[in-house]
Design a protein around this ligand. Structure first.
Ligand code: BES
Ligand code: MN
Ligand code: MN
Length: 462
């Protein structure tokens, strides 16, 4: 594999240009207005897999957006790597906060990326990271050194909960059979501190609606005499945490896995600078559950957060009104052993119970998924670790992430294989935010590291 560097050098501009073309198509899965763009993106992925050397490539229809599937099976005695990624992106709004338009990619230098970063929606999550695998595949087939069978499964609904992928996986067990699942859709600590993600949090996402009177009322004529749904909703939400920022829903912590002292001490070894963290976010203090560090709060502990809240009058000037309804969207990040469907039920019961007389409450579950942890002694983890060792010159640190890729737990349940999360993004890459970007260095480093994973995985599997 010593010619991967020269291959990258020779094809670098094309690798960047192809990704830039992919980023120009706004494949927003959440908004039906982008339907044609999402479908067009699936076609682009199909062609790119063909060009990269996959033998069979198909666009698999689902009840939602299609899954692009491609494979190259070279020898049934060799191990099979299943690559998963997603070609859909989050909505780009608020548009006015972008320094350059989200679907007109540009390369600019940043503090963290002195060699330049590509700015566009999806640059890091997940088009850029997914495309590293397509280019690594191209290298391995073009130079005749593919050491494993490869299957690609690239979906278009990750950002909206992967509901149709779950069905696809359940119905295609034989087709998707593999020895390891490889995903680049997470991050690493820093460019000089490589890490491999060993855990993901689960998720339960709900929407709540509080109804007071049957119509909006004059806030003078009725104010003080009826329950104001916005006042009530904010009070109910505030009561979901106690003074230690512990979640008050009864039973919420019942199955939470508690880490041992040793495990927490191991975690604390990962480099982390609280002052830099605060400076980067322009906050004068961190905030969270008593008794846990920042890194613990955002990875091994469950959370409850309001993601959006609305109701009443928000137009120009002042309107005196008591709204009939108030709403909020709430996410709960979960840790291993918490079952998301059970947590959703606990939330619903609790929220209905704390609603005062004079109001009606409706809770609508959205989507969810289980958390995930993967051991560091698997062949897959060891292969990844050796690959990073070669390209970064350092052993990567195992690290549990706070984010969620709900389908990963289902992969393990249905396909019985471990997932290796080789992320090359940085937390500062602003995924889901305005000005999302992905370092050019990171993109090329990923393309360089991935073929080594295949090499070591094949060697260690013998
Ligand atoms: N790629 C992210 C998840 C991620 C990012 C995990 C960074 C770890 C580090 C994924 O696309 C995502 O955004 N997931 C959603 C959940 C999904 C059901 C909408 C999330 O975590 O909010
Ligand atoms: Mn993603
Ligand atoms: Mn995402």
């Amino acid at each position: 594999m010593n010619n991967i560097q020269s291959y990258i050098k020779e094809h670098k501009d094309r690798f960047l240009n192809e990704l830039i073309e992919l980023l120009k198509v706004p494949s927003v899965s959440a908004d039906p207005a982008y339907k044609n763009d999402v479908l067009k993106t699936a076609e682009i992925i199909k062609k790119s897999l063909e060009n990269a050397g996959c033998i069979t490539v198909e666009i698999c229809k689902t009840d939602g957006y299609p899954i692009v599937y491609g494979e190259k099976i070279i020898d049934s005695n060799l191990p099979t790597v299943l690559v998963y990624g997603h070609y859909d992106v989050q909505p780009a709004d608020p548009l006015e906060l972008w320094d350059s338009p989200p679907y007109e990619p540009v390369i600019k230098k940043t503090d963290k990326h002195p060699e330049g970063a590509i700015f566009a929606r999806g640059a890091c999550d997940d088009k850029g990271q997914m495309y590293m695998h397509v280019k690594a595949m191209e290298f391995m087939t073009a130079t005749n050194q593919l050491p494993c069978n490869v299957k690609f499964m690239i979906e278009g609904e990750e950002e909206v909960g992967s509901a149709n992928l779950a069905t696809f996986v359940k119905n295609n067990q034989e087709k998707l059979k593999n020895d390891v699942i490889l995903i680049s859709d997470t991050g690493m600590i820093a460019n000089d501190v490589p890490s491999i993600t060993t855990g993901l949090r689960g998720l339960s996402y709900v929407e709540v609606e509080v109804t007071g009177p049957n119509r909006d009322l004059h806030s003078g004529l009725y104010g003080g005499a009826v329950a104001n749904p916005i006042n009530i909703l904010t009070k109910m939400i505030a009561s979901l945490h106690d003074e230690n920022n512990h979640i008050t829903i009864s039973g919420f912590y019942d199955n939470v896995e508690e880490l041992s002292k040793e495990e927490r001490a191991e975690m604390a070894k990962a480099p982390f600078n609280l002052d830099n963290y605060k400076t980067a976010l322009d906050i004068d203090a961190v905030y969270g559950e008593t008794g846990y560090t920042t890194n613990e709060r955002n990875s091994i502990r469950p959370t409850l957060d309001v993601n959006g809240i609305w109701g009443g009058y928000i137009g120009e000037g002042a309107k005196t009104v008591i709204a009939s309804k108030a709403y909020a969207k709430i996410s709960m990040r979960l840790v291993p052993n918490q079952d998301w469907e059970n947590i959703t039920k606990l939330f619903m019961t609790h929220f209905e119970n704390i609603a005062p007389k004079g109001t009606k409450v409706k809770v609508t579950p959205h989507h969810g998924g289980q958390g995930y942890v993967t051991p560091i002694n698997s062949i897959g983890y060891q292969a990844a670790s050796k690959a990073y060792q070669d390209t970064f010159g350092k052993t990567p640190i195992p690290q549990r992430s706070g984010g969620s890729i709900p389908i990963v737990a289902l992969f393990e349940q249905e396909l019985k294989s471990k997932t290796i999360l080789m992320g090359f993004g940085l937390d500062s890459d602003a995924i889901h935010s305005p000005n999302e970007h992905f370092g050019v260095w990171n993109y090329l480093k990923g393309i360089e590291t991935i073929p080594l994973f295949y090499k070591y995985f094949a060697e260690l599997s013998q």
